[in-house]
Design a protein. Sequence first.
Length: 309
Amino acid sequence: MKKIKTLFFILFLILLVFTLTGCSNKDNEKEKALSEVKYLENKLVSLLNSMNNVQYENYKITTTKIEDESTSDSNKSSDKSDNSNSGGSSGEGTQDKQQSGEQGQSNNGESQSQSEGGSQTQDNNKYSLQKTSMLTNKNNNIDWEKTKNEVEEMYSSIPTITLDLYSQNVNQNEILNFNSELDNLTVAVKEENKEETLTHLSNLYGYLPGYLELVSTDSIYTNLIRTKTNVINAYSLIDTGNWNKIGELIRQAISNYSNILNNIENGTKSYTINKGYILLNELQNAVNLKDKDIFLIKYKNLLEEFNSI
């Protein structure tokens, strides 16, 4: 009887270990899928912002090429030497050439010696911090080469993300449609079509809230991404001048954000969440003004605040 009880106890322990291990693996898989959705979110927002040179940083580093003083002095000496040779006798010219040849051999020897011993390269660039501003930044050029590289990089992650989302019971069509939309984005980027690029980027972002409902237990974050989806859809229309549609989307964003406001308690995030609500309404005021630059300023400040939630 004792042996039977001992056997049952051992079997119970084995079953318990397998159960706990299975739960742990499922939690790890969910956490991995969540981190991949967050990767997509960061990547898509970065690409969207690049279409209008929206930068969160207040300063950027600029580089200016400085002419080497020794090179400049050498050029001046060469000019003087040429002028002297043109006015002198042929004998003096021959003598100068001989001296120049000897000096050249000497310099070559020194150069070879430095090369063999290892020479230091001098940085002839001047670096400075330049303040960035949406109002003063009139550079509307898009770095398409960088955009193309970033979009292509996403393809290396898509197969893994697809499998991990499948494992979390995300609807198969939702995943396949996302992948097809990525192909559409790639075509638009290849053709350097800004309007189409913005449309496909906002479409891709629209799939994220549905993914998060299955891979995230954080309702605040899920509702935040749903709110950002409306804001990004509005942002993607900024060049169309369709302010009525833009205003409608911002009102939807405010409505979605109310789900966060109604479920927060006084704590570390309450101040930031309340501030986000104020910035959302400020964005609505920019829509009423129908001013693109003001909209972009408030859009930038809003997304920067959302990153703190």
